[in-house]
Design a protein around this ligand. Structure first.
Ligand code: URA
Length: 484
């Protein structure tokens, strides 16, 4: 007889944990267990559901190290991952130090799977690309289609919440989806690639999909669609809802979205303006929150007029490393966060390649409002002038005084101007440690958008140079830290 363990999704650690407790507690052989999918997978179709096993009298003990390992390994695509973890937990009962034996084949295998999953999660953080889409209610939502090598969405979703707390977004993968609505993170079933042809989100398909998953009555349908063969639909009460969904999917009329820059919906702008007006204006700027509230009211230069909102820096208030870019771009202006658009995503990738955790750094800009020229529906980026940089220095200086980073890095010429008070060529200052006029340690490299502009043939080399600069500056941090 085989025991069957149902799983809610491919990386379902909670169901693994409670099943493993019973399986090990009753000393059941890992070879006699089937994990996930429909029951009846055993050769003789005599699966017994795990729910029918009583709780063990003496539950097994699992060390913290095992739990951490298992949480990662369940995300691997390897079909034998649950059996491997089951076996490890069983063996751990007799040998508490088992995980320390690196040469043990089960331990070595688990560590290999763990490493693969970690690398995959890393890549996901770097390569997810959002496109602006419209929800059925007309609201804006950033949507990304991604095909991770392993089931890593559950473990990376929190990272995206921290990175993009102020925009509604969804990440779709073939086996799982994540949806952030500014307050709640909802995990759901996988999506079909047809929703996101060629990596872009198709408006009509998206609305159909999103309308379906966020309607609780249809939540089940989504699940059934992926679990239930088509021939059963006609016998299901929900079956009639599937056909309109599919028909909706065929109506691909609106073409690709996301290619064009968009101004936010009028209602969004008005809401933001109201929020800015009613926010209490602090009299002293003694925290990053106070700075943000005060900057919401900034009228120091004309750029505040056309921009959607002010974009101040992001990062821990005690960050040791501060990066200063030029100004928010189109996507940053809409999202209210620095470096989230194309240049930001390239920056993220380079940071990862250089071994720097962006979450440990403070990322900001020389100028806090988006400067652009409207061209049709598009908003074309314009570099800030010296007067705008000078007016905005007020905010940058406050950010630097509050965070007090050990090293402040200028990304490109506008940041050099803001930090040094002089217009100087980036090429002359690039790559060597320097001291800013206020006596604090500094470093200069190119702006990530430079890498997007260079000709194709030169891009790989320039990207390598940029990563090399990042590696150098992070190496500077240690001596700098001990010297101050
Ligand atoms: N470029 C910048 O300098 N800053 C951003 O936030 C985005 C693009």
């Amino acid at each position: 007889m085989t025991i069957h363990v149902p799983l809610d999704h491919p990386a379902d650690f909670e169901n693994f944990r409670s099943a493993a407790r019973k399986l090990v507690g009753h000393n059941i052989d890992p070879a006699e267990v089937t994990w996930g999918g429909a029951p009846g997978g055993s050769l003789f179709g005599d699966d017994r559901p795990i729910a029918t096993l009583p709780d063990p009298i003496e539950p097994p003990r699992a060390s913290k190290a095992f739990v951490t390992l298992a949480q990662t390994v369940v995300c691997h695509k390897d079909a034998s991952r649950f059996a491997l973890l089951h076996r490890l937990l069983q063996r751990l009962q007799a040998d508490r130090a088992l995980l320390k034996i690196a040469s043990d084949p089960d331990v070595a295998r688990a560590h290999t799977l763990e490493k693969n999953v970690r690398r995959c999660a890393h890549k996901m953080k770097a390569f997810v690309r959002f496109r602006l889409a419209t929800d059925p209610d007309g609201g804006e939502r950033y949507v990304a289609w991604f095909e991770p090598e392993h089931h890593t969405l559950d473990r990376t979703a929190g990272f995206f919440v921290r990175r993009f707390p102020e925009m509604r977004w969804s990440i779709l993968t073939p086996t799982r989806s994540a949806h952030w609505d500014l307050e709640t993170l909802t995990m759901g079933d996988g999506a079909d690639k047809s929703i996101a042809p060629d990596g872009d989100v198709n408006e009509d398909l998206w609305r159909t999909y999103f309308g379906a998953i966020f309607n609780p009555a249809r939540l089940k349908v989504q699940m059934m669609q992926s679990e239930m063969p088509k021939r059963y639909w006609k016998n299901m009460p929900e079956g009639e809802m599937i056909a309109p969904l599919i028909r909706g999917s065929a109506a691909r009329t609106s073409g690709m979205i996301g290619a064009e820059a968009r101004t936010p919906a009028r209602s969004t702008r008005i809401a933001r303006e109201k929020a800015a007006e009613t926010a209490a204006l602090p009299t002293t700027i003694d925290s990053l929150a106070a700075l943000r509230a005060a900057a919401n009211h900034c009228t120091r230069c004309p750029l505040h007029g056309p921009a959607t909102q002010v974009v101040v820096g992001r990062g821990p208030p005690n960050a040791r490393l501060m990066f200063v870019g030029e100004q928010p771009g189109d996507q940053e202006d809409l999202a209210g966060a620095p470096f989230v658009g194309p240049a930001g995503q390239l920056f993220d990738r380079a940071l990862i390649d250089a071994g720097i955790n962006r979450d440990d750094t403070f990322v900001t800009n020389a100028v806090k409002h988006f400067k652009f020229e409207p061209r049709g529906k598009r908003r074309i980026h314009k570099s800030p002038n010296v007067s705008e940089i000078e007016h905005c220095r007020f905010w940058l200086d406050h950010e630097r005084a509050l965070v007090r980073p050990k090293l402040t890095v200028a990304l490109g010429a506008s940041a050099v101007r803001a930090l040094s008070g002089k217009s100087q060529a980036v090429s002359k200052l690039r790559g060597a440690p320097l001291t800013w006029p206020d006596g604090s340690p500094g470093f200069v490299t190119v702006h990530p958008s430079y890498l997007l502009r260079v000709e194709d043939a030169a891009r790989p080399r320039e990207y390598e140079r940029f990563v090399h600069d990042l590696v150098r500056l992070s190496a500077l941090l240690e001596p700098v830290a001990s010297a101050h």
